[in-house]
Design a protein around this ligand. Sequence first.
Ligand SMILES: NC(=O)c1ccc[n+]([C@@H]2O[C@H](COP(=O)([O-])OP(=O)(O)OC[C@H]3O[C@@H](n4cnc5c(N)ncnc54)[C@H](OP(=O)(O)O)[C@@H]3O)[C@@H](O)[C@H]2O)c1
Length: 329
Amino acid sequence: MPSFRALEVDRDDDGYTTRLVERTDIDLAEGDVTVDVRWSDVNYKDGLITSGRFDLVRRFPMTAGIDLVGTVAESTAEDLPAGLLVTVNGHGLGTDHPGGFAERARIPHEWVTPVPEPIDDLSAAAIGTAGFTAALAVRTLQEHHVEPSTGPVLVTGAAGGAGSVAVMVLGALGYEVVASTGRREQEEKSLLRLGASTVVDRLELLDAGQLGRARWAGAVDTLGSRALATVLAETRYGGTVAAMGMAMGVDLPASVVPFISRGVTLAGIDSVYAPAPARRSAWALLAERLDLAALREITEIVPLAEAPGRGDAVMAGQVRGRLVVDVRA
Ligand SMILES: NC(=O)c1ccc[n+]([C@@H]2O[C@H](COP(=O)([O-])OP(=O)(O)OC[C@H]3O[C@@H](n4cnc5c(N)ncnc54)[C@H](OP(=O)(O)O)[C@@H]3O)[C@@H](O)[C@H]2O)c1
C-alpha cells in the first residue's frame, strides 16, 4: 500500500510539537469520500492549532490543516464522482478530524463543496477558510440590505487574508470600500488595486466612544475587541456589521447605544459549521466576482514542512494576503 506524507500535531509535557510522518490509507479517518489532496493553506486558526494556543485540538496526534483542496479519489456519493475538484473548509478539520496538511484525506460527503468554475485548484486554496468566510460576511451584508448605493462599507484587518478577499469582492460588487489597516504605508497601493476606494489607518478606529460619527453603511470586521466596538459606534442608522474575527482580541468593550439609538445590527459569521446552502452561495459569489489573477498576486506558496512556522507569522499579523501550502513539496 502506498504511503503519503502528513504533518501532525502532538502534545507532550513541554507543549505542542509538529512533525512530518508517513501514513497509509489504513490510517485515514471515517468518511465516504477519499480525496487526493493537492493544496491546503495557512489561516489564523492554523497558527492557533499548530502553536497550541487555545487548545483547539480534540485528540492527538492530529493531522493539522483546517482546509483542503484536491480531487475525489474514491466516493460512494453520486454527486461527488472520482476526479471532481473539491474543497473542505472547517467542519473540525485539523481539530476534531484529520485535516488538510496531508496528501490524502477521508471525510463525510456532507462536508465536501465542489469547487465552482472558473476557480482552479490553487485559487481555491488561496481562497481557503479566510476567503470563504469573507464571502459569507459579504453575503450577510447583502441579506441585511447593505447595497452599494447605501453608503461606504468598512473592512478591518484589510491587508490580512480575509480582509483582502472582502475588499476584492465588495469592490467588484460596486461598493465604496474603506480598507482599514495597521500597515497603511506598505499596503495602501495594493489595497487600492484590490478594490478599496480609500485606505485608513487602524488607529483611526479606536476612539469613537459609545456613539461616534455615523460613517459606515456596513462593515466586515476581522479584529474584534476595541476595533469592533468602534466600528459599531460609527455605523450609520440601520447598518449591519458582520463580525468574523478576533485578530485584536476576543473581548468586546462596547455599549448597547448603537443598537438602541441607530438600530445597528451585529451579525455573527461562522465558517466552521456553516450549512451547505450558505457554503455554496459563498463559493458562487467568489466564482462570480473574485479576480483570480489579483488573488494570485497576494498569494505565497510554502512547502508542507514550513506551514507551522508560517502559522506563527500569521498570528503575529506579519503575513500579507494568503499563504497556500503545497502538500506535495
Ligand atoms: N468566523 C470564522 O469562522 C472565521 C473564519 C476565518 C477567520 N476568522 C478570523 O478572522 C480573523 C482574520 O483571519 P485571517 O485568516 O484573515 O488572518 P490574517 O491573514 O492574519 O489577517 C488578520 C489581519 O488583522 C490585522 N491584525 C493582526 N493582528 C492584529 C492586532 N493585534 N491588532 C489589530 N489588528 C491586527 C492585520 O491586518 P492589517 O495589517 O491590515 O491591520 C492582519 O493582517 C482571525 O481572527 C481569524 O481567526 C474567523
